[in-house]
Design a binder for this molecule. Structure first.
Ligand code: PEP
Ligand code: MG
Length: 599
């Protein structure tokens, strides 16, 4: 293995004129105000495995390289779109540069050279990329031409991108950050975001990323003020500048003046004050004005979030995204390790129910250890339960760990991305086999066994919710994916973020249909997508029959406050009117009007 930190140094844009205040808009994905110092984030060192490969693997290696190059091309295209929206000479200049990047990824000397090395030297794609880049760089440096010398940085940049794609390398080095560091970068994966420590990092701003991406969800979980999808963010930055991130407004201010800093320091104080005031709601029930009791639970990714969950007054964990246990590592955690982690959560929740979702890796949540690949269409590929059923060994180990944890407190098992009744039935058979195996060995398991539920997040599943309900012990409606798949809007793509709308009548009808199917089958139904954590939607969801909401714990007080100001009878009446509408803009007016006090 070699680390390319030295050979492929990241390209740094030119320095900014100091002190010029600049305001940029983006998608505010996690509320709060961060005032700090810019830490320009790059991938750091990438471990490059150097391997000789047998002749039989040559085609596979070439295909891996092709896939990595295609992905890099897509990433550059996204950056190019951003550059286009920048306008002016800056946008034009950046556009030319990115054009050159794209050319480097298609039939260029670089691409041909890498393929030749794989075939003739019989080496893996990573080594071939590294060797080819080094040779091109050496050639350019020898030319003593200032223009070509400047291109060396670009070639290194493309090399880093290819290696990162080939090795699925997370952006790791979040160590030695200055106090109040604000991470500024083109793109963060959810796995990278999970590595941020809110004790050290003040905020996050990125060029790419949508509001319902898992990166955004992680940022909210961490309570890290964050703005994603900020066009032109990296232009002229050199790191170390002062920055304000306003995660509520979706605004980033670079080099703020003393006056602006004063205004935002005051806003920061007010935000913290209102959060403290809301925290006083912790021990009061989530009850509507007319006495309906609503269950408010928390979504978590890691055991250490339990403190925040209990602090927020959550009555259970409505969604534990177990896939995060498989990220940022090269191996799969053993069954014992998984059991220890889950048992810790169950025990710390002290008798409150913990809903553990089997791994939903794939899409934007890469867990190389689980063998999930990018594929041509990551959101539609081998992910979630499809991956579990294809890798039954992994699913059985995980189910075994969950079942063992169920002996320590109330647990429910939730299956992600259910599309058919058959998938749920097969999973139940596997679960029953695992239970029999554990019992035979005398290993304690909850008796009766944990309820087995289905995520309703694929439109096809929502439309057949009545059939699935006969085989499920409960439903969890995942509005993030349900909106993504219903409207064909990539939830991670900031370019279409303005079109992502859970108030689209099609999405609302699927939620309503699923909720009614669950109520008819007398099984519990919860909404655990981001919609559940937005107080704006609380009365509407209640009006559609939902009595169980699960969300990022920091949003619980806000949603509880909204519920306590809601009359359920009126909310149900308003929901009926809303469901008769076909125009989302009018639906939004009806939702906002009701929230503002209309009867
Ligand atoms: C959802 O899709 O709404 C959901 C809760 O799951 P995730 O966000 O993890 O895909
Ligand atoms: Mg989902």
């Amino acid at each position: 293995m070699t680390a390319t930190g030295d050979t492929l140094r990241p390209k740094r844009p030119a320095a900014a004129a100091p002190g010029i205040e600049k305001t940029l808009e983006g998608l505010g994905v996690a509320r709060g105000i961060a005032i700090g110092v810019i830490h320009l984030h790059d991938a750091g060192a990438i471990s490059v495995p150097e391997l000789r490969i047998p002749a039989a693997r040559i085609e596979e290696e070439c295909a891996r390289f092709e896939e990595a190059a295609q992905r890099a091309g897509h990433q550059v295209e996204q950056l190019q779109e951003k550059a286009g929206r920048l306008g002016g000479s800056a946008g034009e200049e950046l556009g030319y540069l990115l054009d050159a990047y794209r050319q480097m990824l298609h039939g260029s000397r670089l691409v041909r050279g890498v393929e030749r090395r794989i075939r003739s030297d019989r080496i893996n794609a990573e080594s071939a990329v590294q060797q080819e880049i080094n040779e091109i760089v050496r050639g350019f440096e020898a030319m003593e031409d200032s223009y070509l010398a400047a291109r060396v940085a670009d070639i290194r940049d493309i090399g880093r991108r290819l290696l990162r794609n080939l090795t699925n390398t997370p952006y790791r080095p979040f160590t030695a950050l200055p106090k109040n560091a604000v991470i500024v970068t083109d793109e963060m994966t959810p796995a990278d975001t999970a590595l941020l420590d809110p004790g050290h990092v003040a905020g996050l701003a990125t060029v790419l990323g949508g509001a319902e991406s898992h990166t955004a969800i992680m940022a909210r979980s961490l309570g890290l003020p964050s703005v994603l999808g900020v066009a032109g963010l990296l232009k002229d930055l050199k790191g170390g500048e002062t920055i304000i991130v306003d995660g509520g407004q979706g605004r980033v201010i670079l080099n703020p003046t003393a006056a602006t800093l004063g205004i935002y320091r005051q806003k920061q104080i007010e935000f913290l004050k209102s959060r403290r005031a809301l925290s006083r709601l912790r021990d009061v029930p989530a009850e509507t004005l007319d006495g309906a009791r609503i269950l408010l639970q928390a979504n978590i990714e890691f055991p250490n979030e339990v403190v925040a969950v209990l602090d927020a007054g959550a009555e259970g964990v409505g969604l534990l995204r177990s896939e995060f246990q498989f990220m940022n590592r090269e191996d799969v955690p053993s069954e014992d390790e998984q059991y220890a982690t889950l048992r810790e959560v169950v025990e710390r929740m002290g008798g409150r129910t913990v809903t553990i979702r089997t791994f939903d890796a794939g899409g934007d949540k890469l867990a190389p250890a689980l063998g999930c690949t990018i594929g041509p269409n990551p959101s539609l590929g081998l992910r979630a339960i499809r991956l579990g059923l294809a890798r039954r060994d992994l699913l059985e180990d995980q189910l075994s760990a969950i079942l063992r944890a169920s002996a320590h407190g109330p647990v429910r098992i939730l299956i992600p991305m259910i599309a058919t009744v058959e998938e749920l039935r097969t999973t139940r058979e596997i679960m029953n086999t695992v239970i029999r195996r554990l019992k035979k060995k005398g290993v304690p398991v909850a008796d009766p066994p944990p309820p087995l539920g289905a995520m309703i997040e694929i439109p096809g599943a929502a439309l057949s919710a009545d059939a699935i309900a006969w085989h499920a012990d409960f439903f969890a409606i995942g509005t993030n994916d349900l909106t993504q798949y219903t409207l064909a809007i990539d939830r991670s793509d900031e370019a279409v973020a303005h079109l992502y709308n859970p108030l689209h009548p099609a999405v609302l009808r699927l939620i309503q249909f699923s909720a009614e199917a669950a109520l008819r089958a007398r099984i519990p139904v919860c909404v655990c997508g981001e919609m559940a954590g937005d107080p704006r939607y609380a009365a509407l969801l209640l009006g559609l029959g939902i009595r169980d909401l699960s969300m990022t714990s920091s949003n619980i007080p806000m949603v509880k406050q909204r519920i306590r100001a809601t009359n359920l009878v009126a909310a149900t009446r308003r929901a009926r009117v809303i469901m008769d509408q076909s125009d989302s803009a009018h639906i939004a007016q009806l939702v906002d009007g009701f929230n503002a006090g209309e009867p």
